[in-house]
Design a protein around this ligand. Sequence first.
Ligand SMILES: Nc1nc2c(c(=O)[nH]1)N[C@H]1C(S)=C(S)[C@@H](COP(=O)(O)OP(=O)(O)OC[C@H]3O[C@@H](n4cnc5c(N)ncnc54)[C@H](O)[C@@H]3O)O[C@H]1N2
Ligand code: MOO
Length: 398
Amino acid sequence: MTVVSGVRPVRTDVPWDQARRVAYRAAAPLPIADLPFSGAYGGRLAEPLHALIPLPRDDVAAMDGYAVAGRPPWRVVGQVLAGGLPHGGTLRSGTAVEIGTGAPVPIGAEAVLPYEAATGVDGVVIGEVEPGRHIRRRGEDCARGEPVLAAGTLVTPVVLGLAAALGHDLLGVRPRPVAEVLVTGDEVVPRGVPGPGRVRDAVGPMLPGLIAWAGGEHLPPVYLPDGETVLARALADGTGDVVIVCGASSRGPADHLRDVLAAFGATVLIDGVAVRPGHPQLLARLPDERLLIGLPGNPFAALAAALTLLAPVLRALAGRPEAMGESAALAVPIRSHPADTRLVAVRRSARGAVPTGHDRPGSLRGPALADALAVLPPGWDGGPVELLALPVEPGPSQ
Ligand SMILES: Nc1nc2c(c(=O)[nH]1)N[C@H]1C(S)=C(S)[C@@H](COP(=O)(O)OP(=O)(O)OC[C@H]3O[C@@H](n4cnc5c(N)ncnc54)[C@H](O)[C@@H]3O)O[C@H]1N2
Ligand code: MOO
């Protein structure tokens, strides 16, 4: 690294809360698309979900037993199983068909007599039934064309089950934004125990869960050695809606991100945020409109940057509202920074947010014990603080 003694670059760091807002506003919601269930899961319905069929589709038996017509005794004249042939013709008074749960009841059947309530001998059954008992009528759950869920509903596993029951194969949702992850650094190894001078990638493994939590999808991380050409090629070949570059964000000789962005003609929207850890983070718009987020290599700094810039961008692309912070008291005093926001790993408790310690930009030990980051504005000297929730459970946040 070339160090010019006495020369310090002028810092242009954006205040932390402003950076979050700029990131959210930099992205417009992705256009609505009809997606298969796997892609729609976790999205929001763009339009009301209508029943393509009445539910149930037919008058069906709700119990295994006998569909009966008229008064007992009933002569058993056939058998109808779910998925089998329906009974041809009208069931005459004094007759019954043996029927399976879910099978269409014959025309003329007035009730279903469950096996448990039936006594039978020589093809004749008797028992007590009330008219209409154990028959689910066509459309009693919903009529054909009825809107059953409103636009904006979160597509949960249960919603997918209902959509399938109603005959849908595709759902109109805002797609989840796809994030491409480029992990840079000659010293970074993707697996195993690092040797001397090497460091195991701790950022790539954090990102899939963080991306899903913010409403996105990730492509498998791509590992790149340091170097302008490889980074430029990876950006040019890239797909997805967002590119995340881990490392290369600072100003050392191997930190090529800014040069590559300049050569690309990218518009840098944020170059440095007044936050600790995580100040060398970056947000840029590539000429093809993809947004690029530069995360610092230090893992806690990368986490802080992911929550500051990446999460708002993904939320905006997914058409989700800006995340609402919660406010909490700190259980113990913490020193703020005079010029920068501090993000401090804490665990919520009845006596307030308790710092988890191990507070170093290169270490995830403190954040791994935490369930939130406390936001201490510059010069903060007491009072409640905002808590940024950390993803602690699988799946998207609300
Ligand atoms: N002269 C300056 N030097 C540094 C500044 C600065 O403002 N001026 N900022 C410091 C801060 S703060 C951070 S954070 C780092 C950010 O550096 P980079 O984003 O360029 O990342 P690297 O230099 O490649 O790596 C920094 C550090 O993190 C380790 N690393 C990198 N990638 C990973 C990974 N995927 N998993 C785990 N650890 C990783 C790397 O080995 C280094 O130890 O710059 C400071 N310097
Ligand atoms: O982003 Mo750096 O962590 O502030 O160490």
